[in-house]
Design a protein around this ligand. Structure first.
Ligand code: DGL
Length: 269
């Protein structure tokens, strides 16, 4: 029995690690589309087509539930996939909503009308495609009023992380935080709206300062998944857990092992 977790590359491992910790008895089948990463510089149709293909691969492997542990895919493909109709018994969930529910202090699945919330100035760091989609602002507007969001498209960060060049990634994070601060000098909260960015969480926190609350998706998505599986135990799926990549399995395994600090072995998808 396995739940599918998908990302364009390695970033979804930050969600996977939190989900494995929160749900130690659940098996997960991870798929990283490293051959086609980064998604964040692609257009919406391209992201939709790549995401659909990857999700179908996970369905074929026996997963009934697939988590898009990728904001870019969640922004560009999730709604379109759901509106297009999913095969019977299959579900796809994204990573935006749990984060926005936490930011707006809501219980999981609270669909009451939008209301004023404590946080008023929010910095959003995400890929160019996620920023262009405005999906985050749309989901936020369903739940909160009066929140000023300044978005910063963080070009280059995903590529640097995928290449394992953490020095470049850190330099880019600092320059993107500087650029954000020129537009919004005093954010109260910062959203890491790309699942790769928690791998650079310290760099974001350092550059932003300790008084800015940094939200990332790992534990939030893991908690909402636990809540979902409690309500839908039939969505645990069939098949086995493991790690699949469309890229070079040995290279991807090395990077994943470095990031998660335990042996991770990918196989060809
Ligand atoms: N981890 C993906 C996200 O959350 C990165 C997208 C990309 O490949 O650019 O958006």
């Amino acid at each position: 029995m396995a739940v599918g977790i998908f990302d364009s590359g390695l970033g979804g491992l930050t969600v996977l690690a939190a989900a494995q910790k929160r749900l130690p008895d659940v098996d997960f089948l991870y798929l990283g589309d490293s051959a086609n990463a980064p998604y964040g510089v692609r257009d919406a149709d391209d992201v939709y087509n790549l995401t659909t293909r990857a999700v179908e691969r996970l369905w074929d492997a026996g997963c009934d539930l697939v988590i898009l542990a990728c904001n870019t895919a969640s922004a560009a493909a999730l709604r379109r996939m759901q509106e297009g109709g999913l095969p019977k018994g299959k579900r796809v969930l994204g990573v935006f909503v749990p984060l926005i529910e936490a930011l707006t202090e809501r219980q999981w699945g609270d669909n009451s009308p939008p209301r004023e919330v404590a946080v008023k100035h929010v910095a959003l760091f995400a890929t160019p495609a996620t920023v262009a989609s405005r999906a985050f602002q749309r989901e936020l507007a369903f739940r909160a009023i009066g929140v000023d969001v300044e978005a910063q498209a963080c070009g280059g960060v995903v590529d640097a992380i995928e290449e394992g060049d953490m020095i470049l990634a850190e330099a880019l994070v600092r320059s993107h935080v500087d650029a954000l601060r020129r537009k919004m000098p005093h954010p109260q909260a910062a959203i890491l709206g790309c699942t790769h960015y928690p791998l650079m969480q310290e760099a974001f926190q350092d550059a932003l300062g300790r008084d800015v609350q940094v939200f990332s998706q790992g534990t939030l998505v893991a908690d909402s998944l636990a809540d979902y599986l409690e309500r839908h135990p039939d969505m645990l799926g069939r098949g086995e857990g493991g790690y699949l990549t469309t890229g070079d399995a040995s290279r991807v395994s090395d990077r994943a092992t470095q990031f998660l600090r335990r042996q991770i072995t990918f196989a060809a998808a």
